[in-house]
Design a protein around this ligand. Sequence first.
Ligand code: ATP
Ligand code: MG
Length: 413
Amino acid sequence: MKLKAVRGTKDIFGDDAVKYDYIVETAKKIFTSYGYSRIITPIFEETSLFKRGIGEGTDIVEKEMYTFLDKGERSVTLRPEGTASIVRSYLEHKVYGKEDSTKYFYHGPMFRYERPQAGRYREFNQIGVEAIGGNSPILDAETISMGYKLLEALGLEELEVQINSVGGNASRVKYRQKLVDFLSDKKDVLCEDCKTRYYKNPLRVLDCKNQNCQDITKDAPNLVDSLSIEENEHYSEVKKYLEVFGVNYSENPRLVRGLDYYSNTVFEIVTNKLGAQGTVLAGGRYDGLLKTIGDKDIPAVGFAAGIERIMLLLGDNVKKETPKVYIAWLGDEVKEYAFKVAETLRKSYINSYIEFDEKSMRAHMKKADKLGINFAVIIGTEEMESGKVLLKNLAEREQESLGVEEVAEKLSK
Ligand code: ATP
Ligand code: MG
């Protein structure tokens, strides 16, 4: 029996693992500068949390959840996204009683039963933020800007920030009717999914990836034309502050997002380099979610970005680190000394490569070259007796006799 990773899952190692860490570390620096702190929630939750939070009638709840009964007959679900869990945690710990506004960031695996393709997996990783307890449109703009700045800091190019406002419930109900009227004589030619959406959740038709459905909805009425005065003002302020923060954006009236909980501002940062998987980062304001989950009127805004999609866009400039120094020891009598030297260098966090078995000088140099290492520490009896080592710059073919601490200092630079 050949064992393989389950369909839609994958291993991340080598250069990819370095990319993963680079993304997370860059994000952490940027998010921290906006006052966000890390939150870690469980990978699985009670199924009802996602049903309620994400909404029946969404793709996720209808067909993408990994739901199972545990041995205690409880229905649990591997989290398909991060927001519902974070809101559950926030409410459970009554964080609202301790601070006016709370800013969390997270990263980790999410699970959705989807058709695997490049940039679409069944287990994938997201990095995201949630700012809970603020209703200012400046916060919306700041959140969008922060997401954009993350992708920019990672060196991603040709990204487009798309925004829209989906208003509040009342406006959406009004719009829903207009859209249903518009679609009523076209529903038979929609894709199978959209035929269902037409009855269950017609706004989702705007979000369909099927080209034919997109052509059909091209002339559909715009949601922004159904917004109230306050919602319009909110949207204008978001746009104003995006300009203040120097974020170029375009308005996409068809942007409705796949989840039920959004209100007012929604946004996506897209690329045309990943085919149908073009959305790298997506989010919005979800003022109604805390009411739905915990009966609290607390507004919030957030986003999530697909780490694998960012990794696909990162290119080759992030690579696994090669060892900095090759420790070449010559003769069994210096072996223990050589390993002590390695320990000393590693104490200064210098990536040191050392062979367990004896080798000739020629073989050592060949190996160092193969590994792409620029420095060698050479240890023979003479070095051991004087308590020193020979540090050799392999590219420039220069060498000097130094104490181990001196080598550590030199290579740390
Ligand atoms: P899509 O329209 O691509 O299915 P979505 O609207 O379902 O995305 P969100 O739930 O908003 O996506 O998730 C935010 C981000 O997470 C997406 O923009 C994408 O980068 C990433 N993402 C979502 N689903 C997957 C997946 N199955 N595999 C890899 N990344 C994903
Ligand atoms: Mg999806």
